[in-house]
Unconditional design. Structure first.
Lengths: 362, 285
């Protein structure tokens, strides 16, 4: 077991292109479940591959357990990786697949068999499956074999590259919690890459949000949700996404939906110091509370998406005509065409710089 | 529901169209198949005819079959078969031994200027072999390899190598990169990766490549005809030698040709499954 450290780690694929991973600084604690999340092209997979040793660094370094492994061969880093498409060896049985790394390390045969069986038990893999070839397994079973191949090695660090993306939705949710639970039980430091923010939020002790090769924010899921440092993180974390509206500034707030949303003095000061005439307001769909006629934000319902427990209202705002999404109780949502008003608590309003996207903190 | 219904019982007109489509393609396939097979059938039938019945026109379909011509063939073909087998087997083995590492260097960890390498290999097949036969003859003469089985082995290896490299390279490109990375993380060196990961995946491709090399080497005539006489003469040479200066020879030639085709057909039959898998490996995942 060990902690993992990225220090100014940089990877450049092509000379004139921006770096795929740009001076990444990240401290992953021993036993921590760290999720790297971001849209495609954000550099999350590249960052993982740099840790695996499958991608050379063009600058900075990577450490595992206080040891600089930047130029250490992948097999000597004591890590195990679960690949997106599992990358099982098609000609080997499940047991041989799982035991291959041990065989390469000259672990005796019976010790190998013992550890493979132990991992299989841990993963609820049927003993009979051990003698089958990957071809004869279902997608979910293959996924577990890929996990088993990593577990058997008892490595210092687990690396997982979107291991759930090939599963169907239901199985994904199931496996998600199983992996998180298993990791907590084994206590092995894990770096997990995904593009799915729900996976990131539910699995990670901490989540590192990447975009354009740069680390945007690394924090606990709760903090990312409550205190996004910039517009990107605010829009990326949370589903449905935060409503982000560019709105004109006024004396004591910002104009939205036929009303003035009050802003804290500090935000207004920051905005005026930056010489801003407008800023980006961010309000999460669940913070737009439906209020009969007493709400201050006015609009008209365009579309209702019923999710069962709750419903999503697509609302056209009164003055700007822009659309926002509001989450509301599912029983009796307003009908399309109906005028509605919303109330929002001042604490639930985020303000961002319209150009840089940085949070204007109050 | 209507959709399901329509699927189980399509309207009559549509069914008729589908049926006639099937039948149409069936007829085309049969006609093409028979057109290809007819000469072969004619060869096999003729092989069992007495020489006098072989050359009649219109061809006779009633005759008393005889094995006389086969007996003649088997009496004389001994050394030719030996030479053919040696030249084919050894050259094919050499081709595989050389092509696998070459393909690896062009596919898995591409060397610098691998494109040029690839083009060079195939460019050697662009020159008509007739143009090279003069120099080849002189070289063979000077190196005392004329009429030697080693000469044929070297030439057949060189002849089949470019194609084999191209084929095996395309099979290797099908090996998922992640599988090799997984092996690397598991601690397998490059030789291990080759033996434990790449080879099992491409083995059907290797079998079909080998088969193609076998067929080409087995049927090769031009080089054998020009560079060998007795000590290394192969089966195709035997076929030619069965054509006498005068007299009837069609039945004898047919018998010899039948015998010469049998090994290739047997090898093809055995390798059929992996041949299909190998040749279509790029097509489906």
């Amino acid at each position: 077991m060990a902690d993992v450290k990225y220090v100014q780690a940089t990877r450049v694929y092509a000379k004139d292109a921006p770096p795929a991973v740009d001076a990444l600084d990240l401290d992953i604690k021993d036993g921590e479940f760290m999720v790297l999340v971001g849209p495609s092209g954000s550099g999350k997979t590249t960052a993982l591959r740099m840790l695996a040793g499958l991608e050379p660094l063009d600058g900075g370094r990577v450490e595992i357990g206080d040891k600089d492994v930047t130029w250490v061969h992948p097999k000597d880093r004591d890590i195990a990786m679960v690949f997106q498409n599992y990358a099982l060896y098609p000609n080997k049985t499940v047991a041989e697949n799982m035991g291959f790394a041990l065989k390469m390390r000259h672990v005796p045969k019976d010790e190998r068999a013992r550890r493979v069986q132990e991992a299989a038990r841990l993963l609820d893999l049927d003993e009979q499956l051990l003698s089958r070839k990957p071809k004869a397994l279902s997608g979910g079973q293959r996924q577990r074999v890929a996990m088993g191949r990593a577990i058997v090695r008892e490595p210092q660090v687990f690396l997982m590259d979107e291991p759930l993306s090939n599963l169907d939705a239901k199985l994904r949710v199931q496996t998600r919690s199983q992996i998180a639970e298993l990791q907590r039980r084994l206590g092995i430091t894990t770096v997990y890459v995904t593009h799915d923010q729900v996976e990131a939020m539910t699995m990670g002790n901490r989540v590192a949000v990447l975009a354009g090769g740069k680390l945007q924010q690394c924090d606990t899921p709760r903090q990312l949700y409550d205190n996004p440092v910039n517009q990107f993180v605010a829009g990326f974390i949370g589903s449905p996404a935060m409503n982000l509206q560019t709105v004109p500034l006024t004396e004591d707030g910002a104009r939205l939906g036929g009303t003035i949303i009050p802003l804290p003095t500090a935000v207004r000061t920051a905005a005026s110091q930056a010489g801003l005439r407008e800023l980006v307001l961010g309000i999460r769909p669940e913070h737009l509370h439906l209020a009969d006629a007493t709400g201050e934000i006015k609009g008209e319902v365009m579309l209702v998406e019923e999710l069962g427990a709750d419903a999503l209202l697509h609302v056209r705002l009164a003055d700007s005509g822009n659309q926002v999404v509001a989450r509301t109780e599912g029983r009796k949502p307003p009908a399309p065409g109906q005028p509605v008003t919303f109330h929002v608590a001042p604490d639930d309003v985020f303000a961002f710089h319209p150009v840089t996207g940085a949070r204007l903190v109050g | 529901m209507t959709a399901v219904h329509a699927r189980t019982r399509p309207p009559r007109a549509q069914r008729f169209r589908e049926m006639s489509g099937h039948i149409g393609w069936g007829i085309v396939a049969w006609v093409a198949g028979i057109a290809f097979f007819l000469p072969v059938l004619w060869m096999v039938i003729t092989a069992f005819k007495p020489e006098s019945a072989a050359e009649t026109w219109p061809p006779k379909f009633t005759f008393s079959p005889t094995l006389a011509e086969f007996r003649l063939v088997f009496a004389g073909w001994g050394p030719f078969v030996t030479h053919s087998v040696i030249a084919t087997v050894v050259s094919t083995a050499l081709v595989l031994v050389l092509a696998v590492p070459a393909a690896y260097a062009l596919a898995i960890h591409p060397v610098k200027r691998w494109r040029d390498g690839l083009f060079f290999f195939i460019s050697t097949k662009m020159l008509p072999i007739v143009a090279a036969i003069g120099p080849l003859y002189v070289i063979a003469l000077k190196t005392h390899l004329l009429d030697s089985i080693w000469l044929l082995i070297i030439l057949y290896t060189a002849m089949n190598l470019p194609l084999a490299i191209w084929l095996i390279r395309s099979f290797m490109l099908e090996v998922p990169g992640e599988m090799l990375e997984a092996a690397e993380l598991d601690g397998a060196g490059r030789l291990r990766q080759m033996g434990e990961v790449i080879m099992p995946v491409i083995s059907p491709g290797l079998v079909s490549t080998a088969l193609i090399c076998v067929i080409f080497a087995w049927n090769e005539l031009f080089l054998a005809l020009n560079l060998t006489t007795v000590n290394a003469a192969t089966l195709p040479m035997f076929l030619i030698s069965s054509v006498p200066q005068e007299g009837l020879y069609i039945a004898h030639l047919s018998a010899a040709a039948t015998v010469a085709s049998v090994p290739v057909i047997i090898v093809g039959w055995i390798a059929q499954r992996s041949l299909v898998r190998g040749l279509s490996m790029g097509a489906i995942k």
